[in-house]
Design a protein around this ligand. Structure first.
Ligand SMILES: Cc1cc2nc3c(=O)[nH]c(=O)nc-3n(C[C@H](O)[C@H](O)[C@H](O)COP(=O)(O)O)c2cc1C
Length: 221
């Protein structure tokens, strides 16, 4: 395969792997290479709004898993519809599963948004209406950059033979996790890493949308 085929295959084959970890630890040098790829990601104004917290210590990972399952209403935790303020009915909670992943994997990268533009969610909540659209745009730019960093680390992990899954729902225990790891910004989720030969499992892992509905080609003629 050519270099470009290898890169494209890495992108197309990236999946969330949440099962089948074989107990092998991920070496420090492998984690450093993965994190370096995250730190190389693009970001708006090159603000590099992220901070990554690498946790491999088994007791700490178990403690963080306990914190997640100890949060309130974990079986109802799904994205909310801002129109109604209520959880979207079509989603089910994955919080218990995420805690189980934390118990199984040997390495995690917890993702913090330092809030270079937005100063974080608490600040956004108190922004006056007339400033909100601009502040939300800044927040979105932060998240786009951090998303790129997470993807870089995910693909880098796969390239090094390490399976990965990103779990945003650990945010349900944000204050305790943030306190435990010394966050000053918002928790966005955790990239769980380990060695696994498992295939992704349905139902959440079924690709849902036909390309034709999510990639529209606007031609000149
Ligand atoms: C921002 C974000 C948050 C996510 N949060 C969770 C999560 O909380 N729990 C989980 O099991 N998977 C989570 N995922 C993984 C998605 O469910 C997964 O990427 C999607 O179903 C597509 O599957 P694939 O990654 O195997 O292609 C998240 C992914 C992203 C990008």
């Amino acid at each position: 395969m050519s270099d470009s085929d290898v890169i494209l295959a890495a992108l197309m084959n990236r999946r969330s792997i949440r099962y089948g970890f074989d107990g092998r630890s991920v070496s420090r040098s492998t984690l450093e290479r993965i994190v370096a790829c995250g730190l190389a990601a693009p970001s708006s104004k090159n603000a590099q709004p992220w901070r990554f917290h690498i946790v491999t210590d088994r007791p700490t990972l178990d403690e963080l898993a306990d914190v997640v399952t100890g949060a309130r209403d974990i079986d109802d935790y799904v994205p909310h519809d801002p129109g109604t303020g209520r959880p979207y009915a079509q989603y089910t909670s994955t919080v218990r599963n995420s805690a189980e992943v934390l118990r199984q994997v040997p390495a995690t990268i917890w993702v913090e948004n330092l809030g270079a533009f937005s100063s974080g969610r608490k600040t956004l909540l108190s922004v006056p209406n007339e400033a909100l659209a601009g502040s939300l745009a800044g927040y979105a730019f932060e998240l786009i950059g951090i998303g790129a960093a997470v993807e870089n680390m995910w693909i880098a992990a796969n390239a090094l033979g390490v399976a990965a899954a990103f779990m945003g729902d650990v945010v349900i225990a944000e204050s305790t996790i943030g306190g435990r790891l010394g966050f000053t910004g918002d928790l966005l989720g955790v990239l769980a890493l380990g060695y696994s030969a498992a295939e992704p499992r349905p139902p959440m892992d079924v690709r849902a949308f036909a390309e034709s509905t999510r990639a529209l080609w606007h031609s000149d003629s």
